[in-house]
Design a protein around this ligand. Structure first.
Ligand code: 9MR
Length: 352
């Protein structure tokens, strides 16, 4: 090889090395470098950042593009609920839920399964005319079939959703067909059935208005989780839905107190009404609270864009109706990237 050729091949090797390094940097995003999307930023601390997605909007390219670009997790907004997925007994409508799940898997996203046992969005055939035995076998079959269909594909299931009452003494459950027929033990029965159906998925209890560390509804759920842990009833996580006006001042302490029981905490349906810097500030405090507790494993916002939110009049999400990033988006991204503006620890109201 001539000197000139040696030089040229040396330069090529250097260049290849440099490209290799650059590629590695681009793929792994080293600590300290800011990631440009919510999912990538959350992944730096081993967390996910998800959105609730509805199959009915998947034909809208800006919707899917925003989902794919920004989020590394998804919760089907309605498609896995008992009514939509088992509209008549033993006959399952997998199509819309599969559409979301297949898309998510093709992008390597985590999927939160929502939800197996909930008093709302039940099919008409689940009702008070059933005997206790019949309702029990319908519930267990539902858990087996749905968890079986998605075995190996789901990160965490909301096994039971919104079982606690908003008022009454600590620990009071909401009156439902489940409490009426099966008694308060239906929650435990559902969790035991879920563990048997799939031992490898995280099993969550999910609810709203359990964000204030001292609220009586929160105490009820806390006591249940502590009791489940003490008696070996399977439970792996608590979902704080977090449909806010404002996060309570003790939100971080609340996350920490659940985590201390030996469960993960996930923020599962976050949306915060408002706009501009006030909304950005509230989102920042929520994100900081999760980042402060190692067992807070991820955040899901309850929709991609304000225009399709269940409370769209409150403009509660991170992207406006035209998929523009809002100030709240930048606030969340900054905190996920390790930004540390101290939060004003003001109080606030909780949306019911
Ligand atoms: O966002 C969901 C909306 O499209 C449905 O009409 C509604 C039906 O009850 O459920 C909404 O999602 C709820 C979630 O499943 C459970 N927590 C409260 C959410 C907002 O109502």
């Amino acid at each position: 090889m001539s000197e000139k050729h040696k030089l040229a091949s040396g330069a090529r090797a250097l260049l290849a090395g440099a490209i290799g390094v650059l590629t590695a940097l681009a793929v792994t995003t080293p600590a300290g470098a800011a990631a440009g999307t919510l999912g990538a930023a959350a992944a730096q601390s081993g967390r996910y950042f998800g959105a609730a997605v509805a199959a009915g909007h998947l034909g809208e390219s800006a919707y899917v593009t925003t989902w794919d670009r920004e989020f590394n997790a998804v919760t089907p907004e309605n498609e896995m609920k008992w009514g939509p997925i088992e509209p008549s007994r033993g006959s399952f409508n997998w199509g819309p839920a599969d559409q979301i799940a297949n898309h998510a898997m093709s992008k390597g996203m985590k999927i939160r399964g929502h939800t197996l046992v909930w008093h709302s969005q039940l099919p008409g055939w689940v009702n008070g005319n059933m005997s206790a035995g019949d309702l029990r076998s319908a519930m267990i079959n539902h858990i087996n079939q749905v968890m079986g269909h998605y075995k190996g594909k789901i990160y965490a299931w909301d096994v039971v959703n919104e079982a606690f009452a908003d008022g009454g003494a600590v620990g009071t459950l909401r009156n439902s067909v489940f409490t009426q027929k099966l008694g308060n033990g239906f929650i435990e029965e559902a969790f035991r059935a879920a563990r048997a159906a799939d031992p490898n998925v995280k099993l969550c209890y999910n609810d709203y208005n359990i964000d204030d560390a001292n609220a009586s509804k929160t105490r009820g759920v806390y006591n249940m989780v502590r009791d489940f842990k003490a008696r070996g009833v399977p439970i792996d996580c608590v979902g704080l839905q977090s449909h806010f006006g404002n996060p309570p001042a003790n939100y971080r302490q609340n996350i920490a107190q659940f985590a201390a029981l030996g469960v993960d905490v996930q923020i599962t349906e976050l949306d915060i009404g408002g706009s501009g810097s006030a909304q950005a500030d509230a989102y920042r405090r929520v994100t900081q609270a999760c980042m402060a507790v190692s067992r807070c494993t991820g955040i899901t916002v309850w929709g991609v864009t304000d225009k399709y939110s269940w409370r769209s009049g409150d403009t509660p999400l991170l992207f406006d109706g035209n998929y523009n990033k809002k100030p709240a988006y930048n606030a969340v991204l900054n905190i996920l990237n390790g930004g540390s503006t101290p939060p004003p620890m003001g109080g606030g109201t909780i949306r019911s």
